[in-house]
Design a protein around this ligand. Sequence first.
Ligand code: HEC
Length: 240
Amino acid sequence: MNAGKTRFTAILIGAAIAMPSMVAAHGDVTPQAMDTTALPDIGEEWLEENPWRSSEEDSWATAIEIGASGYNSNCARCHGLGAVSGGLAPDLRYLEAEIDGDEWYLERFQLGMTQNGITKMPAFGELLGQKAAWAIRTYLETRPDDGALDDHVGALNEIKDQLIANADMVAGGSKIDADFADQSATMKAKLAEIAATVETGSGAPMADSVASRAAMALDGSTGSLKNAVDILKVGLSVAE
Ligand code: HEC
């Protein structure tokens, strides 16, 4: 009575053995919706080039933030956590950040990849739309290259210690001296200088690094000191 069922189970086990990575690692491949309302409208028609490539763009940091979360829920299970591939699928940090790379990226994003009837990568284009596509692209291409921060850890730790000293002064209620704003601007400039030298794997002009984030956080206000310190503490503990 159970012959049919038994055979079916045997086929399933066979399939599981033949495609262990598909079964174990890929799991549910239904695209997860992304909230992209914080990004400006870029129309219906698909663009040819990433509109948020330049860090001068107001939307650069927002695109990275939305892209990071969209990447984690839709792509990381195959392409790796933090965009560092574990070998199941290509490492997307190295796709060139220029129009040819964009074209190839969009083709895969829109159509996915099916081989011999097996979906190796689902299609995301229609379901997620192009704001989601470019947000994920911006996140991917701004990943710092492996080891790109190594040379800067010392300098960043020094800046962090100076910022902590200033934050302590503020917290202790000391009168903030007149050149506080100057000092803050100097440290912001130092951070921005370091940020500009951190290389991406994709060749994108600016990496989204602990240095760029801390530089952006510092806005001259006393409250922003703590934010910058927190960013440096977390980022540097990961880098060490
Ligand atoms: C179910 C696993 C899976 C998921 C989920 C997945 N991919 Fe892929 N992806 C693959 C595989 C496998 C390939 C290699 C296909 C081939 O052989 O060309 C690939 C290739 C690509 C490529 C081409 C890379 C190159 O160097 O040729 C891009 C771009 C890409 N994926 C982007 C994405 C993005 C963005 C997401 C999330 C929105 C995503 N993928 C989700 C499995 C996946």
